[in-house]
Design a protein around this ligand. Structure first.
Ligand code: PMP
Length: 417
């Protein structure tokens, strides 16, 4: 087994054809296909042990409880955290919503929240809603012309009234990473803010150790790592977690409920009301084990070279423009080619078996800051090959020539964001 890449044969989805062509899957930033290991382990779990957890003493319940608890350990270790600090959620968006709900009591009209202009909608809307409800100020640190965070402006926005600082580890649009340790350091030095990192893309493409990132909360999704949809995590630094009230209540969160009072459980499950995503957690642990069986530094270096290859190739396509400028891009790259709208490009490429994403990538303010309404995004995974990148480039070059003659220029159509 090559440890610097995922074997394509491990991913059943990659074997299919689309529109009569072998699939080139370059939409990994949206969702990663599931490795066979995950599919098999999930099937075995669902067939043999599947039952509700921590509520029964029968064998199936105990087996399922053990698998769920193991999954929490695996997920926490994957990001360098401790098991009792990892709350299972349904994904990054849910994690950020939970974080906002738990931190709400810290805010009032005198306080402020600092985010950045390069965020995914999920890391904007929760804080906007919180600001509306609590009356606090929402401050947005701008990006520079290249699409990177303006660190000086970020620093200037954080003051002693800042209670939450939230930023992405890695952009899902330009592939530009933030220096999380630096930003967390600035936030902690200038305020007693809780630092929340959106790790939806970072957990996949960057070495992730929550201690090294210096954050207090870290949100991620399982489906971007090859787990099923509907599972994710919110890591919260232990001493902070101790001080927080759960965002929702229900079965599984309490030790005892009498007619007039309840005693909350003192373990992390007090933050997971109701039946949790048990098989999602089992699938997440399988996916993380699959990742850990590879040399991730080598995989990531390889991914970076593929993005460089794509960027270099785009420079030879007339009318192609890459969003942002960066000495190094990680995981994805977005671009436009002027003869057609991003939507039309994505449809055209799909006709050739190439799956990319088009639109605003749920980051409209970021695109606006970069002076563009929509773009095509190609995103890689450790199974992506040079051939995949070359097939995309060939398709773009050929179609560009044809379109220059005919022209299918159309309006960028944005999908849900
Ligand atoms: N943040 C970023 C940077 C993302 O890329 C995504 C997914 N596109 C999200 C948040 C939201 O993730 P999910 O839809 O899994 O909740």
């Amino acid at each position: 087994m090559s440890r610097d890449a995922f074997a394509r044969g491990d991913f059943p989805l990659l074997a299919r054809t689309v529109n009569g062509r072998p699939l080139v899957y370059l939409d990994n930033a949206a969702t990663l296909p599931m490795p066979r290991l995950v599919l098999d382990e999930l099937c075995a779990f669902r067939s043999n042990s599947y039952a509700n957890i921590h509520r029964g003493v029968h064998t199936l319940s105990e087996e399922s409880s053990r698998r769920y608890d193991e999954a929490r350990r695996t997920a926490a270790e994957f990001i360098g955290g401790n098991e009792p600090e990892l709350v299972f959620t349904s994904g990054t968006t849910d994690s950020l919503n939970k974080a906002a709900a738990m931190l709400a009591p810290r805010l009032d009209e005198r306080s402020n929240v600092v985010i950045t202009a390069m965020e995914h909608h999920s890391n904007i809307l929760v804080w906007r809603s919180l600001a509306r409800r609590t009356g606090c100020d929402l401050r947005v640190a701008p990006v520079d012309g290249a699409g990177a965070l303006d660190t000086g402006a970020f620093r200037a926005l954080v003051d002693e009234s800042t209670k939450i600082v939230a930023f992405t580890q890695l952009s899902n649009v330009t592939g530009i990473a933030n220096d999380c340790a630096l930003l967390s350091g600035i936030a902690h030095e200038r305020s007693d803010a809780v630092v929340v990192v959106d790790g939806a893309q970072g957990v996949v493409h960057l070495p992730t150790d929550v201690s090294a990132l210096g954050c207090d909360m870290y949100a991620f999704s399982g489906h971007k790592l090859g787990a099923p949809t509907g599972i994710g995590g919110l890591w919260v630094r232990g001493p902070l977690l101790e001080t927080l009230e759960p965002a929702s209540f229900g079965g599984g969160t309490v030790w005892e409920v009498t007619s007039d009072r309840a005693v909350l459980s003192d373990d992390v499950e007090r933050f997971e009301a109701g039946t949790p995503p048990i098989d999602g957690a089992v699938g997440l642990a399988s996916a993380m084990r699959y990742w850990r069986a590879h040399d991730l530094d080598a995989c990531r270096l390889r991914e970076r070279r593929l993005i460089d290859r794509l960027e270099a190739g785009l420079a030879n396509i007339e009318g192609a423009q890459v969003l942002g400028r960066a000495p190094e891009r990680t995981g994805c790259l977005s671009f436009s080619v002027d003869v057609a709208s991003p939507f039309d490009w994505a449809k055209l490429l799909d006709g050739l078996g190439v799956a990319v994403r088009s639109g605003h990538h749920c980051a409209q303010p970021y695109l606006e800051a970069l002076g563009c309404a929509g773009a095509v995004r190609a995103s890689v995974a450790p199974f992506t090959s040079k051939d995949d990148i070359d097939r995309l480039l060939e398709a773009l070059a050929k179609a560009s020539l044809v379109l220059k003659g005919g022209g299918v220029r159309g309006r960028a159509r944005n999908r849900r964001g």
